[in-house]
Design a protein around this ligand. Sequence first.
Ligand SMILES: Cc1cc2nc3c(=O)[nH]c(=O)nc-3n(C[C@H](O)[C@H](O)[C@H](O)COP(=O)(O)OP(=O)(O)OC[C@H]3O[C@@H](n4cnc5c(N)ncnc54)[C@H](O)[C@@H]3O)c2cc1C
Length: 403
Amino acid sequence: MITCDYLIVGGGFAGLVMAERLSSELGASCLVIEQREHIGGNCHDEYDDHGVLVHKYGPHYFRTNSPRIREYLSRFTEWLSCDYKILSHSEGRFWKFPINLNTYEQIIGRDSTEAEFAAYLERVRVPIAKPANSEEVIVSQVGWELYRKFFEGYTLKQWKRHPRELDASVCGRIPIRTNRDDRYLVDEFQALPKAGYHRMFQNMLQASPGVKVLLKTDFREVLPHIKHRHLIYTGPVDLFYHHRFGHLPYRSLRFERESFTPEQLRAAGRPAISGREGFWQPAMQVNYPNDHGFTRIVEVKHATRQQTENTTIVREFPDDYQDGKVPYYPVPASDAKAIYEKYRALAEQESRVSFVGRLATYRYYNMDQVVGMALTEYEKLKTRTETGHLHRLAPKTLKIQAA
Ligand SMILES: Cc1cc2nc3c(=O)[nH]c(=O)nc-3n(C[C@H](O)[C@H](O)[C@H](O)COP(=O)(O)OP(=O)(O)OC[C@H]3O[C@@H](n4cnc5c(N)ncnc54)[C@H](O)[C@@H]3O)c2cc1C
């Protein structure tokens, strides 16, 4: 039998922030159970066989408007400021994206002005007072032509659902601008951990003496053997309740990596891009809305600015979710939400379990939002401890036998 104050299921951002806070600030003992062979959840990065730092589960562009979250993470990492740039590829060429004045000029084949582009949008946009889905939110801003060129195919591939069947928030969060601002994200702080995400997570654990991590372990195998005061659950909420209201839908992904040496880049006809050697494509991310089975190709070296002649690209293929696959994205649609509401009602009644993070609350959250959620949940648990509602069970006596 293992004894700990807090049993934490999942070693992603949510689980590790909770573990660090509870251990460092409250002196609590925490056991993190993680089924993967590494910490960091979907934000994990690693060096591949060619020595290139890659984001294993898709590109993770850190950004935030919250000084609290930035300052908290800055205890564990320095930052590399980034200007995340993406392009869209269709009809055999690259288009500036997100849509801005430069994109419009590419389409009409001559110089233009903000006023002309705004007048064009005014002419083609479909007047919809309250866009109710992802198709409406885009056609109400840019009309049918640009919607079909940049959004419809990409969304269908990504979600295997028509944009009409998806919340307005899915496509609505992509900015559309009449000026030349082509930044993908608008948040005040945009940066990557300087030495990578994995190093940052390692630093968090190093700062947390009362935390032990058990990798390659499904919590269901060990739960009966762990005595704990409180459970922090960051895995899929439907799994926690044995799918009693049915399986929640998720989208999964498949990643295909391809690496290139300088010689291979030259042979592939990609000797230098904007005077820079060692890159395969002209931007960190290129979207493929209308061709191929993949949605995007990511070459994260553009953002990490790693000094290496080799490079690695990752093609990202959306995939159906089923047992054995990773549930990457909760599906933002009303039928999925209706099932989740039933699980949420159960979760709300739990007094000895906190549901934190993206899978446990069945909602797509960016990393900073998950960090914010974990910090808030920590404050709640701290108050409960201080008011005597959550007693410490095993201060500094965490004993973990071989799993
Ligand atoms: C492809 C992709 C790209 C993204 N890009 C960005 C981006 O650019 N910027 C951004 O801010 N956010 C991005 N995100 C979101 C980001 O990944 C999440 O905000 C963050 O990972 C959430 O952390 P989490 O701890 O809630 O979940 P996770 O990272 O999923 O961690 C949950 C952990 O629980 C573990 N677990 C699950 N079930 C069990 C079990 N039965 N037993 C033991 N362990 C279990 C899992 O293995 C996992 O490690 C992206 C997400 C995806 C999928």
